[in-house]
Design a protein. Structure first.
Lengths: 251, 302
């Protein structure tokens, strides 16, 4: 399985904890107000940014084992055809090429670090990529009335035991799941699950539901790795500013 | 028609500006109690608790920190009467004349910005806010709403405008290496008594202080002082130092007031996603060709 394979490639942390994926055996430390502590700077080590499914190597693209359960995305027939068209046009059609906010869950497995911060009423996730932020409201408040076309959706969270569960709706239909053209509609409903699986790992899971595009809900999962550098901090990746400057002519 | 307050009158940027400025609190706040006479609520680690949503510095400041803004049309868009044109009080408290102490070459460059910004033909002519760039420090603090969150080891400031954020470590770590430059700069905080002092360096020079071409170099060094002076007021002061551009350090100061609206939340401020600099430049070239280039002004067209 992909999760285990990636873990095996990494050195086991000094504390001798089991690798990611053994969430049941790990009891996370708590924040002062008693929440399981997910705080820190995290990043994936996988190839999901290119393609969330199994894929062979191409120039500039490392081969990768997919992060999707059973490697299957249950597209409706019309949607599979559109995904294939997206793939063919991906160099220009991928919203990432326009530096747009990448949506959820894609932002999680972009090759940039992100920082989780916890407060009594909400969890903040700050992403280095185009300074995206997410506020996950933990106060029991419902999603606002909609539909609202948010790029990053509206996040409302709760604790399920030691797992942070985030429910997201209110997406636009302009983001993809990866650089391979996997896509959704604005009916997208995402449920994320963040579970500490060790001192330096979170198991991340996202269930994708979109009755306009898929025949059933499907799930992806991957470990998140704590960045170990003592002086690690988020920097800036101002995608559109750099793209405009390089083009010189605006965009 | 020429758009006059170019800095925030174009397309969706203008709409966003109105939204961001919507919950304006009363301008005439009573003079806050001094920090010495008031013991603020504290976080578990003993520092003043400044957490919550805040209405950033004075309306109009982001348009011009020297003069404010603007014309009646702009004021109407922001739901303000004519009495609220300009700045409620001077933003620059030192030098006493309230003007930015440019070196002569820098004053000339700033004038170039004022000439080119209404009719941009190059990317660098466009006001950075209209490119949806991060607005840096201190400008982000007077451009709409902000949210402060504190945790041991850092203070986090979120801005509604372009969903900017700053993570300010307060653990004593040194600044980044000198070759890393960022739009928002690199912030390091420390507590001096009950004042949060933030030292900001490692800037990128693409950003302006305001929509009037006020600029700086990558040598910019900002020292911010954030002091909670009553439950709903922060006094903010920033010392600006850049020996490449200015003749001396200078200082700006203003009050930041709490947003007390029940259930208030930020909206996603997707600026760039709906923006086009390409079209701005095309329009600028046409205007220049038609002889419409002029120094940016708020005067009514003749």
């Amino acid at each position: 399985m992909a999760v285990a394979a990636v873990s095996l490639l990494l050195s086991i942390p000094a504390s001798g904890q089991a690798p990611a994926g053994t969430s049941q055996t790990y009891t996370p430390p708590r924040t002062p107000d008693g929440q399981p502590d997910l705080q820190g700077i995290w990043q994936v080590i996988n190839t999901a940014a290119w393609d969330i499914q199994d894929h062979r190597a191409r120039l500039g693209v490392p081969a990768g084992q997919g992060v999707v359960e059973d490697n299957e995305i249950p597209y409706q027939p019309w949607a599979l055809a559109k995904k294939q068209a997206n793939f063919a046009d991906r160099q220009t059609a991928d919203p990432e090429a326009r530096c747009h906010m990448p949506g959820v869950p894609r932002i999680t497995y972009m090759p940039y670090p992100f920082q989780i911060l916890q407060f009594p009423q909400h969890v903040l996730i700050l992403y280095e990529y185009v300074h995206v932020t997410r506020t996950i409201y933990m106060d029991g408040s419902p999603h606002p009335d909609g539909h609202i076309d948010f790029w990053m959706g509206d996040s409302r969270g709760r604790w399920d035991g030691d797992t942070l569960v985030v429910d997201l709706i209110h997406f636009n239909d302009e983001t993809w799941f990866d650089r391979a053209g996997n896509f959704h509609s604005e009916a997208l409903h995402v449920v994320e699950r963040y579970t500490r699986s060790g001192p330096d790992h979170i198991t991340y899971e996202a269930t994708i539901e979109d009755p306009a595009v898929f025949t059933r809900p499907w799930t992806m999962s991957m470990p998140l790795y704590r960045r170990q550098e003592e002086d690690i901090q988020l920097l800036e990746y101002e995608c559109y500013a750099y793209a405009e400057s390089e083009a010189g002519q605006g965009r | 028609m020429n758009s006059r307050c170019v800095g925030s009158m174009t397309g969706m940027v203008a709409v966003a500006a109105v939204l961001a400025l919507a919950p304006i609190s009363a301008a005439g706040q009573p003079a806050p109690a001094t920090a010495e006479t008031w013991n603020p609520p504290r976080t578990p680690d003993g520092h003043p608790d400044m957490q919550g949503y805040w209405d950033g510095g004075p309306v109009n400041a982001s348009h011009s920190i020297e003069d404010g803004c603007c014309d009646p049309i702009h004021a109407k868009m922001q739901g303000r009467g004519p009495e609220r044109l300009g700045l409620p009080e001077p933003l620059i408290i030192d030098p006493p004349d309230g003007r930015i102490p440019y070196q002569p070459w820098a004053a000339a460059k700033r004038m170039e910005h004022l000439v080119n910004m209404e009719t941009p033909t190059k990317l660098e002519h466009i006001e950075p806010e209209d490119r949806c760039l991060l607005l840096g420090t201190p400008r982000s603090n007077y451009r709409g709403d902000l949210q402060i969150r504190q945790a041991p080891g850092h203070v986090v400031i979120l801005y509604e405008w372009v969903h900017a954020y700053r993570v300010i470590p307060t653990d004593g770590r040194p600044h980044l290496g000198k070759d890393i430059h960022m739009y928002n700069g690199d912030s390091r905080g420390r507590w001096e008594g009950d004042t949060l002092v933030v030292d900001v360096t490692n800037f990128d020079d693409h950003v302006w202080f305001d929509s009037h071409g006020s600029f700086y170099s990558e040598a910019l060094h900002v020292v911010e002082r954030w002091t909670l002076v009553d439950p709903d007021t922060i006094t903010y002061e920033a010392t600006i130092e850049d020996p490449t551009v200015f003749t001396r350090p200078w200082k700006l100061a203003f009050s930041i007031t709490r947003i007390t609206q029940e259930g208030y939340e930020f909206f996603e401020e997707a600026c760039y996603e709906g923006n086009s600099t390409e079209h701005r430049l095309a329009a600028g070239r046409l205007a220049v060709a038609a002889g419409e280039q002029r120094i940016h002004t708020h005067d009514e067209p003749k």
